[in-house]
Design a binder for this molecule. Structure first.
Ligand code: PLP
Length: 715
């Protein structure tokens, strides 16, 4: 047996790289060392290792024969990091020395690292993970939110409360980023005339790294230290300051670390000030004019827009821009009007605010939406920037989002796949021929695996329900007895989890209360629904929707048939997308840019039932899930909602419920399982983050790195 200190050193190495979180057999080592502590630490191996003592570590390793698993995991991580046999090594060209710098205000990598609020962040996390797997050199750039987004709790009245708990930095998989001589890097930016310093943290994500800027350092006055404390919080001044740190500070951090990016990729407009700093540097170093420098930086830049709703784009008024960024304007040699013009659709329109999306679209030579439909919507929305072009010629393309397969697929499903698709399946995730083999998996095997995952979900929901009720002061006996009657493992289970933005219409099902009640309480074919989701702290409308569900779940006839799980995060998302039968999505078309949670459902055999919006508009083929027939946008939102609710019930009553309950003697629904398998075949590869990152590499990163200044075309 290895000495405990040496086992601990190996475990520390594993915990220090997020690679472990998409290798469930590695995470299981921590669980097997101490299941209660593992759960208590929210699956955070760094925090876990600080709390398990040597004696327990040695005892449990012996008792559970974990030593060989620990050694094997450490060796596999090492092999992963050393391997040069990757897609990126073959096709990555100059990116090897000049990596992609990927800027994002959020990164959702794991539930223990609270740097995300929702889909945008999870997408950025999945992007880094796939780039790592593919060997495409990439450096993420973001902010370090020590207080994160928020923990959602419902008060006894069902009203959302936001709680913040400080994280102990020693419990996180972060280290100070250091310069060539080993000193922690500090960078400086300005908020107007005031200098502000930021520390830079480094997170290892497989072969990739993520840099996080943090203004909570002793050099700063107290009122500037908390600028990066929380995600999407505070007024416009805090917001622009965060974006100055992210964009300008981000470019400075890369430079301080000696990283010369070949490509700047801006994931949404929050980081668009990075372009200003890159242009300023280019002017400064190579003596170029603003126009020349801007053209050069633009040819190396990629911008991804995510927001089909005009109000969703960051905008800053002229006075605030001048107050906070006058120094940058001067350094670029621009007048106020020239500077403001960069962020305006019509530069001469003095009452137009400075829009982060507009500057990104103007400077970056490559821009894209995140689904085919969203590409169309974006071209229409920004036609004003190219007034002499027809909509189809607006230079905004699309690359549809995907999810990181190994982060979202349940280990039980992964086992089936490994047997049928071959042991090296994970290297061929984005190949369509690979997934054809899922048609060979027997219906019984798939269905049994799904039943196991569903039972795990029921367990999870009951456990979380008890915790919620106890926090709200419900008597323990009562909470336990209610929990035991919560959800029937044999009943058709729908899942709805997402941000409670009003356009996502979480309560659409309740529009026709009578019809909903009839559907869920049919004794022969019962239906139940699990909900989860956070509302933005200032979104009263979203909070009212949560409250409505929170109330109904305690009332007959909904009791036990609908349940709201607090604090939707990556962990809750993982459980829900693995265990439900149907993943419901009913946004107001066309306001969902893409959506990714339904792709996670596909990987676990849950069938999508969705409005033909975002990714589903291009993915649905009549057999790989269900479509909610909705006539489309209507000026009267009320009317659109009522019609869409009818469409939802039509498909549920006529297609979903009958197909699910058409079960044979072994209780296997053959028609249903056929759709599950067909969903794998048609979508698992296409909506993988591997496919997405390869698309970015081929269509944007490589051309940008080679200095090809052509703009991306609409189609
Ligand atoms: C996947 C995911 C999302 C994005 O889901 P949508 O389909 O875009 O709503 C949001 N939050 C969490 C925690 C997720 O895991």
């Amino acid at each position: 047996m290895e000495p405990t200190s040496s086992l601990r050193a190996r475990l520390d190495t594993i915990a220090g790289n997020l690679w472990w979180c998409w290798h469930p057999e590695v995470g299981d080592i921590f669980r097997d060392l101490d299941p209660d502590l593992w759960r208590g630490m929210n699956h955070n191996p760094v925090a876990f290792l600080r709390r398990i003592d040597d004696q327990k570590l040695a005892e449990r390793t012996r008792a559970h024969a974990l030593e060989s698993r620990i050694l094997a995991a450490a060796r596999r991580l090492d092999e992963y990091l050393q391997s040069h046999d990757t897609w990126g090594a073959r096709y990555g060209g100059t990116l090897v020395t000049q990596p992609v710098a990927y800027f994002s205000a959020e990164f959702g990598l794991h539930e223990s690292l609270p740097l995300y609020s929702g889909g945008l962040g999870v997408l950025a996390g999945d992007h880094l993970k796939s780039a790592s797997d593919l060997g495409i050199p990439i450096v993420g750039v973001g902010l370090f939110y020590v207080l994160g987004y928020f923990t959602q709790r419902l008060d006894p009245n069902g009203w959302q409360r936001e709680e913040f708990g400080a994280t102990d930095l020693r419990d996180l998989p972060i280290q100070p980023a250091t310069d060539a001589v080993g000193r922690p890097v500090r960078i400086e930016v300005y908020f107007g005339a005031r200098p502000v310093t930021a520390a830079v943290w480094k997170v290892r994500v497989g072969r990739a790294q993520l840099l996080l800027l943090d203004t909570d350092v002793p050099e700063n006055p107290p009122e500037l230290r908390d600028i990066t404390h929380r995600l999407y919080w505070g007024d416009q001044t805090s917001r622009i300051r965060q974006e100055i740190v992210l964009g300008i500070g981000g470019v400075r951090a890369l430079k301080a670390l000696g990283i010369e990016p070949g490509v700047f990729h801006l994931n949404e407009g929050h980081s668009a000030f990075a372009l200003l700093e890159a242009v300023r540097e280019e002017m400064d170093q190579n003596g170029r004019s603003f126009e020349e420098a801007s053209h050069r930086i633009g040819s190396r830049s990629v911008f991804t827009t995510h927001t089909p709703v005009p109000a969703g784009h960051d905008r800053f008024p002229p006075a605030l821009m001048e107050e906070q960024l006058g120094w940058m304007r001067q350094a670029l040699g621009l007048t106020t009007e020239q500077f403001m013009g960069l962020g305006r659709v019509k530069p001469e329109q003095v009452d137009e605010t400075f829009c982060m999306t507009v500057i990104a679209l103007k400077v970056a030579h490559r821009a894209n939406g995140v689904s085919s439909l969203h590409g169309d919507v974006s071209r229409k929305m920004w036609n004003g920037l190219w007034p002499y072009r027809r909509v189809q010629q607006v230079p905004i393309g699309h690359i549809t989002n995907g999810v990181h397969t190994r982060s979202w697929i349940a280990p039980e499903m992964m086992n089936i796949l490994e047997r049928h698709l071959g042991p090296d399946w994970a290297r061929r995730i984005s190949r369509s021929d690979l997934w054809l083999k899922t048609m060979e998996v027997s219906p019984l095997e798939i269905w049994e695996t799904h039943q196991i995952l569903k039972a795990q979900l029921v367990d999870f929901v009951r456990r979380r329900y008890v915790e919620q009720e106890l926090r709200r002061g419900t008597d323990r006996e009562l909470a336990l007895s209610r929990a035991s009657r919560l959800l029937d493992p044999m009943a058709l289970t729908l899942g709805f989890a997402r941000r409670f933005a009003t356009y996502k219409r979480a309560t659409l099902m309740f529009r026709d209360r009578e019809r909903f009640i009839r559907m869920i309480s049919n004794p022969a074919r019962p239906v139940q629904v699990v909900f989860a989701g956070k509302s933005h702290p200032r979104d009263e409308g979203g909070k009212r929707l949560i409250q409505e569900i929170a109330h109904l779940q305690h009332e007959e006839p909904f009791l036990g048939r609908i349940v709201f799980i607090e604090d939707y995060d990556i962990n809750v998302g993982r459980h829900l997308t693995r265990g439900v039968d149907v993943w419901v999505n009913n946004p107001r078309r066309p306001e969902e840019a893409c959506g990714t949670s339904g792709m996670k459902a596909v990987l676990n055999g849950a069938l999508n039932c969705s409005i033909l919006d975002g990714w589903w508009a291009e993915a649905y083929d009549g057999r790989n899930g269900f479509a909610i027939r909705a006539p489309g946008p209507h000026e009267d939102a009320e009317l659109q909602d009522r019609r869409d609710a009818q469409g939802l019930f039509e498909v549920l009553e006529k297609e979903v419920v009958p197909l699910f309950y058409a079960q044979d003697a072994a209780r296997v629904p053959a028609g249903w399982v056929d759709r599950m398998r067909w969903a794998f075949v048609t979508m698992a590869w296409r909506y993988s983050a591997d496919r997405m990152v390869m698309d970015y590499a081929r269509e944007t990163y490589l051309p940008a790195a080679f200095g090809d200044s052509c703009r991306m075309s609409g189609h």
